[in-house]
Structures are given as C-alpha cells and as structure tokens.
Ligand binder design. Sequence first.
Ligand code: ADP
Ligand code: MG
Length: 452
Amino acid sequence: MEELQTAWKRVLSQIELQVSKPTFKTWFAGTVLLEKENGLVKVGVPSHFVREWLQNKFNLLLLRIVRELYDDVKSIEYSVLSHDGTSGKKRFLPSSVKLSPQLNIDVFEIDPETNLNPRYRFDNFVVGGNNELAFAASQAVVQKPALKYNPLFLYGGVGLGKTHLLEATGNEVVKQNSRARKVKYITSEKFTNELVNALKNHQVDEFKTRFREVDVFILDDVQFMSGKDKSQEELFHTFNTLYERNKQIIFSSDRPPSLISDIEDRLRSRFEGGVVVDITAPDFETRLAILKLKTQEKGVDINQRILEVVAQKIQKNIRELEGILNQLVLRYTKNKKITLDEVESVLKDYASQLYKSITPKQVLQVVCSFYEIADKDLLGKKRKKELVKPRQIVMYLLRDLAKMSYPSIGEKLGSRDHTTVIYSCEKIEREVKANQTLFKEIEILKERISHS
Ligand code: ADP
Ligand code: MG
C-alpha cells in the first residue's frame, strides 16, 4: 500500500509539470491510488465532478504517465471516495476508458503463456559498447539455445536494459520457432510469491511442472532471491532439471553473482557456471541513438540538437532518459514545437526532483536492506566490520544526497560526534575514487534511494 502511494506521488509530480497550478490543485490534488491489478489502475477521487473531468479530459495524460511507471497498465478506473477515504462501494461506477486510436499509445498485451511483453524486441534495442556483449550472447542463445551460453547471466544497474534484452530474447525464440519452443519469463519476485501461494494451496507440483517443462526459462532480477531460502531451494532444483534436459536458462541481476548476499553457494555457483556478462551505462552516442529511435517510434520529429542536450544531461539510466523524452513529446504534441528553453526547464525540474524529497529514513532503510543489517545495529555502537562500513556509507549518503550538515548527521546516527561524521564522509569519498567495487555499490545505493 505504501509502495502504491509512493508511486502515485511520483505520478502526481510528473503531472504537476504538465499542467497549470490551478488545474493541478483542482483536479489532481485530492486523488489517491487505490489498487493496481491485472493492468488496471484504480484511482480514488474526491467527487463525481472530478471523476468526470479526469475521465474526459485527463485520462490519456494520466495513462501515459502511469505507464512510464508500470508498463503493463491498460486502463484507469476512477471511483469516488467516501468521506473516510475508502472507495464507497455503492457509488462505485467502474469506467474504464477506451484509448482513442488517433493518439496512438501502444498498448501491449502480455502473453499469458510466456509472460512476455511484445514491446521488447531486438529491433528496438540499440546496441552500443555498453551492451554489445550482452546483446551478442542473447542472440547466440536464440540461435542455439542451451548450446553455448548456459546459463546466461546478465547484470547491470537499474534501467540499463536488462529486462528489455531478456524479454527480447524470449520473444525472438518464440517467433523463430513458431511457438514450438516453450518460453517462460518471470521476475524473481513473482516466482517467490507464486511459490508461497503454491505452498499455501498445496499446489507445489503444479508450480514445479510449470517451470520445469519449458525450453527457455528466463528469471529476471535474481538478486531478489537473497535471503529467500525456500525460493532458492526451488530454483536450484528447477535449474538442475532444466539443465539436465539441455534447456536454456537466462538470469538477470542488478549485481554480479559474487555480490548477491545471502544466497546459497550451490546456487551462486550455478549462476556463475555459464557466462556472466555485464551491461554498463551507455555512452553519449548510444544515448542519442536511443532517443532517436524512441522519437521515431512515437512518430514525433524532435530536433537533433534538443535530443543532444538531453543525451548529455541524462547519463546513467535509460528509463529516465525515456521519462524525459516522454515529457518532451507531451509538450511537443500540445504545441507542435519545442524550444531549448523548455528542454532546459524540464531537465532542471527533473534534476531538482530526483533527490529533492529524500529523507534520512529512506537512506537508512535502503542501506540497511542492501547490507542486510538491522537499523538498531547501524545506529548502535558495535564496531564490527560489517557494521562500520554501512554506517560510514550512510553518513556519506546523508551528506551527498540529503545535504545534511555534519552535526545533524551525527545526531541522526545515534548521537555520534560530528568529527566522526566528517572523518567517515571523507574516507568514503576517497575510497569511492580508488575502489571500483565500492563505486558500484554506491551507485546502486543511490539509484535505489532515488527510487525508494
Ligand atoms: P532494467 O531491467 O535493466 O532495469 P529495462 O530493460 O527495464 O532496464 O530498461 C528501461 C527502459 O529503457 C525500457 O523502456 C527499455 O526499453 C529501455 N532501454 C534500455 N536499454 C535500451 C536500449 N539499448 N535500446 C533501447 N531501449 C532501451
Ligand atoms: Mg528490469
């Protein structure tokens, strides 16, 4: 629930950029996200009047922005909230709105058999120095599944195209074999949830066969398996069965197998047993090529100079690159042109928004969960090595992201002296420059915090 509300806050802050202040206050301020299920998003609104307006005037805008966050969403329903903030069941009038065809928002149906989203293809994946090995390995898998790279393990930071490549591989296998080869894609989170349900409902056998009788098994974001013993065990057996039957397995993760903590060694060694390839941040040319491809897909003609400015500014996350482009496209469709000033202002808003609302609590939560320590230990006085480093990293991040002063950081972290804080911040700052692994860890943490 909390996650939905954070997501909704992000949607609203995007909308705020697109509409005037009074419009925002009148129509959007009192809305809440009630539910997201099966491609349907339910939004609670304060009155019937607001419902009519959102539905008739802003549905497309909302849908577009919601889809930046959840690309499986197909429609939005608005329901009037009763005074206690719940949706009043009696007055609830579902009102899914059909997309108007001339606005050409691509709505992709996820294939229920494979779980693949047809939007991810090889031909709309831009290949650059950052991902060419990963791309080549994926293509080799399509040509000769289970022969060369098995398993294929792709890793890289958030929004760098792992899911895209994984799903494109699955889609291509299906296409080239006219469905004769069975493919199954699933995120590790879903795998875990479905296993829990299967255990609860005594349907474990059904669960097992579902994943063991496929030709290509694709598991996204395996770092999620960390600490989930039952899922790891099930995955281990699934892996072995598939591998023995000479079936292809593909994994992705936000970090290399060696850095996934709390994972059984036997599973880690399976991850490492085939080929491990990383995807890094794209260089300028690749970013520009991606922007060009996306503008073509959307059928708009945005000036190259403008795309260059965007490609220069947004360097680390392709999802964010797309987010900015979507905002520009929205402006473009409204006014049929776009100026450099407007681009600058969109970029500025974006930069100030990214870390604007970061709270110390978020930093603490993300770091504790990353290093798998309890926050009371982090705040405590124990000087164990496993605690000292995360503690120093928290101080560094509070300074760097939340712009807190040294004394207030000290206070936040269990009344530590501000000289300790200075020492820690400077130490991490130095080490980040010298130590590539630490640099990567901090990058991952920052990304997580900005999305938490
Ligand atoms: P990850 O799974 O690594 O977090 P995604 O695969 O979800 O990242 O990519 C984020 C967005 O960026 C997606 O919309 C994807 O289509 C797009 N994207 C990433 N890499 C590329 C690329 N090389 N070419 C085109 N689009 C890309
Ligand atoms: Mg992904």
